[in-house]
Design a protein around this ligand. Structure first.
Ligand SMILES: *[C@@H]1O[C@H](CO)[C@@H](O)[C@H](O)[C@H]1NC(C)=O
Length: 193
């Protein structure tokens, strides 16, 4: 009787400990395409490597936005520009993040984007809406992007051992801005190569 009580106590303690180690990631608030009024797009190819081994951070090099109404208007403009001016099938990014603290679904998980030459088939490309050459995104946007990455890992859509890169590490560009590029170097999984 006492023995089985001890066993049960140990089992429960182990589960509590495991729960503490594998903390459940916070699901960020993701505004779906249907919710932001995405235009019809040609469906993207699947990633060649899924879960994605890379996450690539961009900025939109535009004004930032702090309300859902303005953020989703910007997201619609980017999609329109990418389809009609760039001739891409859809918005280039997998996800976008606004300073309203929301995540906006772009091509989504498991899809090849058009955002980082030579990394499109093996990365999730996330665009932080704003120009981050001289200042960082606000705390709400930083939390949203970090939650999104952890959430992607928990879904099995991003490799647990993923590498985080800034767009400028994949091609000749100033993106994601000097300030944001400094910031992401302090985030988990950033790598200099
Ligand atoms: C990451 O994990 C995957 C699968 O578990 C493995 O194939 C890959 O080599 C690892 N990559 C690195 C950079 O360690």
């Amino acid at each position: 009787m006492i023995k089985s009580a001890v066993v049960i106590f140990l089992l429960v303690s182990c589960q509590v400990l495991l729960g503490a180690v594998h903390k459940t990631p916070v699901r960020p608030n993701i505004i779906l395409r249907s919710e932001w009024g995405a235009a019809r797009a040609s469906s993207a190819q699947n990633l060649a490597k899924d879960p994605a081994p890379f996450v690539v951070i961009h900025h939109s090099d535009s004004d930032s936005c702090t309300t859902r109404a303005i953020c989703q208007a910007r997201v619609r403009n980017f999609q329109n520009y990418h389809i009609n001016n760039k001739g891409w099938g859809d918005i280039g990014y997998n996800f976008l993040v606004g300073e309203d603290g929301n995540v906006y679904e772009g091509r989504g998980w498991g899809k090849q984007g058009a955002h980082s030459k030579s990394y499109n088939s093996k990365s999730i490309g996330i665009c932080m809406i704003g120009n981050f050459n001289h200042h960082n995104p606000n705390a709400a946007a930083v939390k949203a992007v970090q939650d999104l990455i952890e959430y992607g890992v928990s879904l099995g859509k991003i490799e647990e051992n993923y590498t985080l890169l800034g767009h400028r590490q994949t091609t000749q560009t100033s993106c994601p801005g000097d300030s944001l590029y400094q910031l992401i170097q302090t985030w988990p999984h950033w790598s200099s190569n």
